[in-house]
Structure formats: structure tokens, C-alpha cells
Design a protein around this ligand. Sequence first.
Ligand code: SF4
Length: 105
Amino acid sequence: MSNKSFDRRTLLKLAALGTGSLAAARAPSLFAEDPHVDPESGQAKALNYVHNAVDAKDHERYKEGSICANCALWQGGESQWGACGIFPGKQVAHDGWCTAWVAKQ
Ligand code: SF4
């Protein structure tokens, strides 16, 4: 592997340690004013993001029961919308999902 390339797991770790940790330092209510991710945006489409995981149930990478709220990158607590290190400055839906979903450890 080249030193300049990152695999998906490394990317997710960097996201969690970078913007994710910044978001984690803020209470969910502090980013409640951030706009919701537009599922039609280029980044959202690239990651197959949907506001409701039910809409992704036929995706080959979808795992039963996975939603943003149980993803390691979710920063929203019990809120209906919350921050995610993959979409800095935006909020994703509690029941959303994307192909970057990663189980909490
Ligand atoms: S499933 Fe995707 S959009 Fe949702 S919290 Fe995880 S990485 Fe973010």
C-alpha cells in the first residue's frame, strides 16, 4: 500500500478523530442550526446517503438494523438530527444511513 493512499477504515478513523472529535466536543444542541445533508448533493450520492435507512435496505452494503444513530460516526445523541464526521457542518438524520456506516466498538 502506498503511504499516500488510505483504505476505508483509515479514512473513517481520521474522520472520527478529526471533525468527528470536534463535533463530539460540542453538545448536539450546538450544531442544531447546521443544515441537513442534501441527499442529492455529490458527496451524499457518492456515499449513498439516505435520510431513512429503510430506503437503503436493498443496497448490497446495508446491514439490517444499521442507522446513523448506531454508527460510530454519529454525534447526535438521542436527537433526530446530528453531526457526522463524514459530513462536516451538516446534520444527518437519526434514522439515516450511508455506505460509510461503521459499527460502534
Ligand atoms: S451512517 Fe454515514 S451519514 Fe450516518 S452517521 Fe454513519 S457515516 Fe455518518
